[in-house]
Design a protein around this ligand. Sequence first.
Ligand SMILES: O=c1[nH]cc([C@@H]2O[C@H](COP(=O)(O)OP(=O)(O)OP(=O)(O)O)[C@@H](O)[C@H]2O)c(=O)[nH]1
Length: 693
Amino acid sequence: MFNSRLTLSDEKATMVLNPVISKLAGKLVVLASASPRRLEILRNVGLRFEVVPSWFKETLDKSLFKAPHEYAVETAKQKALEVARRMPIKHLKTPDIVIGADTIVTVDGMILEKPVDKHDAYRMLSSLSGKEHSVYTGVAIVVCHEKENEEVDYQLIQFYEETKVKFADLSEDMLWEYINSGEPMDKAGGYGIQALGGMLVEYVHGDFLNVVGFPLNHFCKQLSLIYNHCTSSSDQKSESVHLSLNGTHPTSVLSQPTPNIPTQSSHGSSSIPKPSSASSSQTHLTHCSPSASPGHKVKRKGSDSEVSQSSWTLVNSLSKHTDGREAKLRDSENTLPLISSSGQLIEHDVTEHEDSEPRKEDLRRIGELIDGFKASKALFTAARLRVFDLLHRMPGLDAAQVAQEVKASVKGTECLLEACVSLGLLKSKERTYENTDLATSLLRSDACFSLHGYIQHCDDTLWPLFSHLESAVEEGHSQREKVVSNKPKDMLKDAFHNSQEAKLRFMNAMHCVAKVAGKSVATAFDLSRYKTACDLGGCTGAMACEFTKAHPGMSVTVFDLPAVAELSERFHPLHSNNRVSFVAGDFFQDELPKADLYILARILHDLTDEKLHILLSKIADVCKPGCGLLLSEIFLDEDRSGPSRGLLQALSMSEGKQRSATEYSVLLKSHGFITAQIRHTDNLLDAMFCIKA
Ligand SMILES: O=c1[nH]cc([C@@H]2O[C@H](COP(=O)(O)OP(=O)(O)OP(=O)(O)O)[C@@H](O)[C@H]2O)c(=O)[nH]1
C-alpha cells in the first residue's frame, strides 16, 4: 500500500502542514472520481469529502489538443463539471467544491490511458519498456456557489502536473507475469507505481503521487492560491465561461486556441503567483481567478450593510439553472460570485458570528435531518401498502382509486401520495399519480434491483430498534430484547429471524442488497485467475450469482447455515445457475469448502472481535499462498467521519463494529492476507481484495 508513506491522521498536524485543507472543513467537498488512489491520497491528509464518481465518458478527441496535458486537463474539467451539474438535480444538494482529475501517460507521441484488456496492457507496457515517459495528471477544481434563485455559479481552476518515470527493460516473462497479476487494468499506462508496478521503475523525477493519480502538493498550492494569495490586478480580465446544460462542454468566451478547450493562455495567469516548483516536476497554471481591488465596496445580497471587499476575490463564473434551462452569460461585476481570502463565499461573511441569522444551507440541512424519520416512514408505508407496485401496473390513478386498491382512507392516502411526490418517489399530473424512474427501478417489489425487501426489514426490525436509540446509547448495547418484549406475545417467536417467516424476510433484505451491490463488488477487481470461490454466509446466493456473471470461468459455492441453505431454494431463478452451488454448514464449527477465492460480504462487521478472529483463522488455514479473500462491507472514512450510512448502521448493531478500509486491512494482515486493492464502489457496499501471503 502506497499510503504507508502518508499517515497524517492527526488533525493538528494536518492543519499546521496545510491550513488550506482545514479551511475546507464544513464545506461539501466532492471528489468526482472513482479512483481509490485519489480517495486515499486526499483522505490521508485529513480532507473530508464525498465521493461522487463522474459519469463523463473519457472520449474527447485527442487530435484536437495541441499538447497531451491539455487533454488531461480538459478531461478532468469535464469530469468535475458533470458532477457539479448533476448533484443539485440528482442528489438534491449543491457541493461547495468538486475536484476532478485525469491521469495519462505519454510516450513516443502516444497518449496511454487505462488498458481495455490484457493485450492493450501488453501494448502499453512494452512501449514503456526501457524508456523514460511522462505522466500527466490534469486537475480541475470547480467551486460552486448556489444563489437564492437556485442558479449555481461555478469558478473553475485547472492545472496539471508532469512527472517523468523511467522503466527498466522488461522481459516478455516479466511483462506477462505483471499483466496476469491483474494490476494494470485500472491504471493509466497499465501500471501501478505504488504496488507491483513499482518494481518496473528505474527512476521517478517529480511528484510520485502525481503518477499515482493526484498531484497533492500542486493541489494544495492551488487551494492556497484560491483561498489565501490571489493578488489584485485592476487591469486583469476575468474569464467568464458559459455553460450550456444540454450536455455540451462549457466554452470560454475569451480567446481560445481551440474551441471547447481552454488551455494555458494569457488570461488570468499572469498576476497569479505560480506555485513554486521545488520539485523537478513542471508545474503549470492554466488559469486562476483575478481578484478585486483592495478596498472595493460591494453590497451584500439581501443586506443593507456594505462589506469591504479588500479580502474578497472576484471569480470567474459560469452559471446554470438547476432545472436544466440554458443559462445566460453574466456580465455585471456585481453579479459575479465572491470568495473571501479565508475561503468563505460572500454569504459566509467573515463578520458572521454565532448570533447572526442562521445560514440558509444550515437551516435546510437541519430541516432535512429533523424530517428524515418522517420521510423514511412515508417511504416504508408506501412500500408496505404496495403503492409502487400498484402504480406500476396502473399508472395515472387518483388518490381515491389508490386508496380503494390499497384499502386505506382517501384522506390518508392523499397525504401519503403527496408526500411521496415531494420526496421524488412519485410524479403527479392533474391529481393523478405515477412512479418516478427511481420508484420503478428500486421500489417495485418485483423489480430486478428492488430494495423492497430491505425497506421492509428497515421498517420491521430497524425502525423499532431506532425508537430505543437513547437507551441503546445510554446502556451501550442493542435494544433487541426491549423491542421483542414490546411486541404482542404471538409475535415474540417471530421477532429477529426466529420463525421461518422472519428468516425469509431477513434473507429477502440481504438478497436485495446483494442484487443491487453485487455487480459493483464482483467487478471491482480482476479475479480472472480464480476458478473456484466460496461465499461464506452467502445467504440466497445473489452475490455468488453476480460473481459467476462477472467471471465466466468461475464457480461459486455458497456456504451458509442449514436453515438458510434450505430456504434459499425459494429465491429462484438463482438455482438455475449451474455455477452456483449451496453447501449447508456453520463457518464457526464446520470445515470450510475448498476454494481459491473466499468471499466475505457483510459478515465481519457483525461479529465480535473473538468470533471474527476465529473465522479469519479458519479461512487462513484453508488458504494456500496466492488464494484470494474478497471482503465487502461499508468502509468508514479513515477519520471515522463518514459515510453516515455506515455510522448510522452501527447504532443498531448488537455485537460487531464498523471499520475503515485500513482497519480491515490490518485485521486481515494479522491472518496473513495482504491487501492488494480497495474499491469504494459508490454503491451500497465497498470492496477490498486481499491475497494470502
Ligand atoms: O502508477 C499509477 N498510475 C495510475 C494509477 C491510476 O490510474 C487511473 C487513471 O485513470 P483516470 O485518471 O481515468 O481515473 P479513473 O481511475 O478512471 O477514475 P475517475 O473516476 O477519476 O475517472 C487512476 O485511478 C490512477 O489512480 C495508479 O493507481 N498508479
